[in-house]
Design a binder for this molecule. Structure first.
Ligand SMILES: [Zn+2]
Length: 389
């Protein structure tokens, strides 16, 4: 049975496939979105004339095969503001995935509202001052903030006045739609882009373990592409434990973040993050440190197992520092999930993904491109005029 999809949904599906695949020949694209080549040809030609996609000639994959290769356009620009690792990253990139502009600003955890405001204002003004004189029309802005919740004026993690920032963006980038999200949405979307078109299928529970620790439920089948976040990092596991940046004590994050790991390894956290997946090879890890790391992995597994008791997901993907560890260390996580999940490990599939540490603003730009695609690649009026003139 084939579902009848609206034109909007078909456009989003085509753009989403091109986004995940990094480009495709027409027959593969049609197959990827479960439609015939004939039925997508009108939409392809519309998207081409709107400048959202581009077609280039490439060597055919087999004799007599197709030679026109379709990619997302490198003429459409999107922007991101991503707060992560004690920094604010701002960037402009193309739909095709190139980064055109990237800047970073220090934004230490626990900074007061006035200082946060000054830094954010500077970042937005710098970004607008870069894009405007170049005539670059930004089709989408994605802003990702740790601990962001649309019901709260400010995040408990970063003293950022969201309505004030939204006002500023509206003034500086008046024609650019903005999407405001929790950092974990950007992480999950950025990770989804890395996975390409080889998908798990259905929904999965995505956990990121970095400077911040959080999770998201990614529903691949939902047409809206919505990602629901869970603040697993702020599950309190020891109320008499150390102070967390959220204001509580003994959160999971204080045990398993890169701050905690750097402390165990006795190295600066920025150095650890900078090493990405190489950290277990680069550092000499003592037996004592290894035991401490395993204990922390056990805590992580218990929290994930408990989260699965509340939301019955079967596929779990962990990104962040644990992914770089040898299999026997990582096995501790799975074992601990089994100790806390009702029904044990039955039918739970756990995948570790590469570290994705220190890659900002890649996730933020992925989220901006994804948001543009989800509104089916409809450009705003000024952008269309710029293309045709
Ligand atoms: Zn916390």
């Amino acid at each position: 049975m084939r579902l009848i999809r609206s034109r909007h949904d078909t456009r989003s599906a085509i753009l989403g496939y091109l986004w995940c695949s990094g480009g495709s020949f027409r027959p593969d694209l049609a197959q990827g979105v479960a439609l015939t080549e004939a039925s997508i040809s009108r939409i392809i030609s519309d998207l081409k004339s709107e400048g959202v996609i581009q077609e280039t000639r490439r060597a055919a994959p087999y004799r007599g095969g197709p030679s026109l290769f379709i990619t997302l356009s490198n003429q459409i620009s999107v922007a991101a503001i991503e707060i992560s690792n004690n920094r604010l990253y701002s960037a402009v990139g193309t739909l095709a995935g190139d980064t055109l502009y990237a800047e970073q600003y220090d934004l230490a955890d626990g900074l007061g509202a006035a200082d946060v405001d000054a830094t954010v204002t500077r970042a937005v003004c710098d970004l607008a001052a870069w894009a405007t004189p170049r005539g670059i029309a930004l089709e989408q802005l994605a802003v990702s903030i740790p601990g962001y919740d649309p019901d709260l004026r400010a995040s408990p993690i970063v003293a950022l006045d969201v309505p004030a920032l939204a006002d500023l963006c509206q003034r500086k980038l008046p024609e650019t739609p903005a999407r405001w999200t929790n950092s974990m949405v950007a992480r999950a979307v950025g990770h989804r882009l890395q996975m390409g078109t080889g998908v798990l299928g259905g929904s999965y529970f995505f956990v990121f373990v970095g400077h911040g620790v959080g999770a998201a439920i990614v529903d691949e089948l939902a047409e809206s592409g919505d990602v629901e976040t869970c603040e697993i990092g702020h599950v309190v596991i020891d109320p008499s434990g150390g102070r967390c940046r959220c204001g509580h004590a003994g959160c999971l994050e204080t045990h398993v973040s890169t701050v905690a790991l750097a402390d165990i390894l006795k190295v600066p956290e920025s150095d650890l993050i900078g090493r990405g997946d190489r950290w277990p090879d680069d550092y000499r890890i003592s037996a004592e440190a290894r035991a401490a790391i395993r204990m922390r992995l056990g805590r992580l597994g218990l929290a994930i197992g408990n989260a699965l008791n509340l939301n019955r997901q079967r596929n779990v993907v962990i990104a962040g520092w644990p992914g770089a560890l040898p299999a026997d260390d990582r096995a501790v996580v799975l074992e601990a999930i089994g100790q806390s999940r009702l029904g044990g490990l039955q039918r739970v599939a756990l995948t570790f993904s590469n570290a994705s540490l220190g890659r900002e603003p890649v996730s933020g730009l992925a989220l901006a491109a994804f948001s543009f695609i989800r509104r089916s690649g409809e450009r705003r009026a000024r952008g269309r005029q710029l293309i045709s003139s």
